[in-house]
Design a protein around this ligand. Structure first.
Ligand SMILES: NC(=O)c1ccc[n+]([C@@H]2O[C@H](COP(=O)([O-])OP(=O)(O)OC[C@H]3O[C@@H](n4cnc5c(N)ncnc54)[C@H](OP(=O)(O)O)[C@@H]3O)[C@@H](O)[C@H]2O)c1
Length: 287
């Protein structure tokens, strides 16, 4: 298929690579052009100088940028994807953004004869680089069926949750679940250190039981070693939690621990940890 990929960041760069490696014709756009040049050298596709140029012949256009404003810019902006979009083209947004934006884009795009899916990701940099992402999708069933085999090139699970916006809402659930969990893990490890326990022995034991989690298995060692210069950045988590808190307010849902953890992340940012991994919550307790 003729595909377009907008946004070659930590996530988008390897994802677009999987599409090219699976035999599709991929044209990429990246705001910082040097990354697009490097991508073409590595994967052999083409690059364009604007999102609209990258998308003009594409059957499916993927976007993976930062936040709501960035998505608006690359899709609806002056040189955005919608200018010159082919009829019946499908835009798939992998950015973690608000569900309100997903609905707004869907209304606009369906009015000009094309389709939209919101499709945020989970699995981080490692998941993107190994093609093992979890994708939560909102949109029409027949459109999803068309895009599924293409997205599957970089996914271990790709699930249609419901109508447009519900992919983003599922991602909010994901982030709400993680926020409290990481704080709990930070407190457990902090307590174990104060008790001078053999932390490896504790983790070996409790990771076999009810306290087990991905965060525990993959982050306990770096948390006690005070290493945070990797992984999923606190500033992205803050963006995601603000989106979730806003949505919770709209539907009158109580996400109290999430609100507290969001304040803790603000403290991590003021300690200079904007780009630290989210497991850096333990830093507050130890400082
Ligand atoms: N990293 C993770 O572990 C992870 C996991 C799950 C979900 N996500 C979500 O996935 C999305 C992308 O994350 P990432 O880690 O790939 O981010 P990133 O490395 O910071 O990359 C962001 C990409 O978006 C482009 N961009 C940003 N604003 C733009 C604008 N206004 N116009 C044009 N291009 C723009 C950037 O271009 P430049 O190269 O020019 O800066 C870059 O290519 C975010 O919504 C994030 O929350 C990330």
């Amino acid at each position: 298929m003729q595909l377009s990929f907008i946004g070659l960041g930590v996530m988008g760069y390897p994802m677009a690579g999987f599409l090219a490696k699976s035999g599709h014709q991929v044209t990429v756009f990246n705001r910082t052009e040097s990354k697009a040049v490097r991508w073409c050298e590595e994967f052999g596709g083409d690059y364009a100088s604007s999102p609209s140029e990258a998308s003009k012949d594409a059957e499916i256009i993927f976007t993976c940028v930062g936040n709501d404003d960035d998505v608006r810019e690359v899709i609806l902006g002056e040189k955005g994807v919608i200018h010159g979009l082919k009829k019946n083209a499908i835009i798939v947004d992998h950015t973690t953004a608000s569900s309100v934006l997903a609905q707004e884009l869907n209304d606009y795009i369906s009015n000009i004869g094309s389709s939209f899916l919101d499709a945020p990701l989970s699995g981080g940099q490692a998941g993107a680089e190994s093609g093992q992402l979890t994708i939560m999708v909102g949109g029409d069933e027949t459109v999803f069926a068309e895009v599924f085999p293409v997205m599957n090139n970089y996914a271990k699970a790709c699930t249609l949750i419901g109508k447009v916006g519900s992919g983003q809402k599922a991602k909010m659930v994901n982030q709400i679940c993680i926020a409290g969990l990481v704080q709990g893990l930070a407190e457990g490890l902090h307590f174990a250190k104060r008790e001078k326990l053999d932390i490896k022995a504790v983790i070996d034991a409790i990771s076999q039981g009810a306290a087990q989690s991905w965060q525990m298995e993959n982050r306990w060692q770096t948390m006690i070693d005070n290493e945070f210069e990797f992984g999923f950045a606190v500033e992205w988590m803050r963006k995601d939690l603000e989106i979730a808190l806003h949505e919770a307010n709209r539907v009158n849902a109580k996400i109290e621990v999430t609100a507290i953890v969001n304040e803790y992340y603000k403290e991590i940012e003021s300690l200079g940890g904007k780009r630290f991994d989210t497991s850096s919550l333990i830093k507050r307790l130890e400082s």
